[in-house]
Design a protein around this ligand. Structure first.
Ligand code: ADP
Ligand code: MG
Length: 278
């Protein structure tokens, strides 16, 4: 079962198809999709409503079995595992972030996070310490003992992110994570998620139709009628720090290394720096 994939992808999806129903009511929600995600990579999947985003994400999180194709996580073919193995994998390998946060209203912020650690077998005191540390890192030090009703939308979302991180998952899956947030706050929280994911080497897959979060992604995939239509690879302009689409950016190849810029001005500034260093 634990066959390893040919390279070091955290997540490997091969020819995955999902059909709902049968006969005249059959719907193909996801159609022959393949994708490989590296450790620490952040992939944004965009597409119109009904294009199959939630179906795809549910299969990646082992909440739904593909009709055809395989999904491997760290070399384990999760799409072939028995149902009774899945809850444990979901708890330890995945961090889910849902648009409606799904926090437990009777528990405080720190308890909402700690309980997920405890479910995975972390001792109560340690789970609490870990939860408090994560929430502090996410800027909620003063909110640890607040119940969800006393938190703003953005604060609830950060609790949801801490909960998704507490078991050190391989993969974080987020479905429309900014949908219930003011777009500026949503964008800031996604930047925070990116920073933590990069620092800790966790892969992230976000599905959304929020254009503003494109620049936190390493790659943006466009899903339409259950198929990937277009891929955009993002890069950071080393001069101004702006996120740019490689395919449209000003390009420089310097000693075999590719660099991408928002404009020629940034490129010439960079070239001057390189020349002065060499
Ligand atoms: P998105 O998240 O991009 O809006 P979905 O994955 O929810 O797309 O849906 C993709 C397609 O599959 C749609 O045509 C939807 O109606 C259909 N679909 C989704 N879930 C089910 C289901 N449980 N049963 C039947 N059809 C479904
Ligand atoms: Mg959806």
């Amino acid at each position: 079962m634990a066959e390893s994939s040919s390279h070091s992808a955290a997540l490997q999806i091969d020819h995955v198809t999902k059909r709902y129903g049968s006969g005249s009511t059959e719907v193909t929600a996801v159609r022959d999709v393949s994708l490989s995600v590296s450790p620490g990579e952040i992939v944004l999947i965009m597409g119109p409503s009904g294009s199959g985003k939630t179906t795809l994400l549910s299969m990646l999180g082992a909440l739904l079995k593909p009709t055809e194709g395989t999904i491997q996580l760290n070399g384990t073919t999760i799409s072939a595992l028995e149902e009774n193995r899945l809850p444990d994998i979901r708890l330890r390998q995945f961090g889910f972030i849902f648009q409606d946060f799904n926090l437990l209203s009777a528990l405080t912020a720190v308890e909402n996070v700690a309980i997920v650690g405890e479910l995975a077998g972390i001792k109560s005191g340690e789970a609490r310490r870990k939860a408090a540390a994560l929430l502090t890192e996410l800027g909620l030090k003063e909110r640890l003992d607040f119940r969800p009703e006393k938190l703003s939308g953005g604060e609830k979302q950060r609790v949801a992110i801490a909960r998704a991180l507490v078991n050190d998952p391989t993969l974080i899956l987020a479905d429309e994570p900014t949908a219930n947030l003011d777009s500026k706050i949503g964008h800031e929280i996604m930047r925070l998620l990116r920073r933590i994911a990069k620092e800790q080497g966790r892969s992230v897959i976000i599905v959304s139709h929020d254009q503003r979060i494109k620049d936190i992604a390493d790659r943006v995939l466009w899903l339409e009628d259950g198929e990937f239509k277009e891929t955009v690879t993002m890069a950071i302009d080393p001069i101004c720090g702006m996120s740019v689409e490689r395919e449209k950016a000003v390009h420089l190849n310097w000693e075999g290394q590719d660099y991408y810029f928002c404009a020629k001005g940034c490129r010439s500034e960079f070239e001057d720096k390189l020349k002065s260093m060499s």
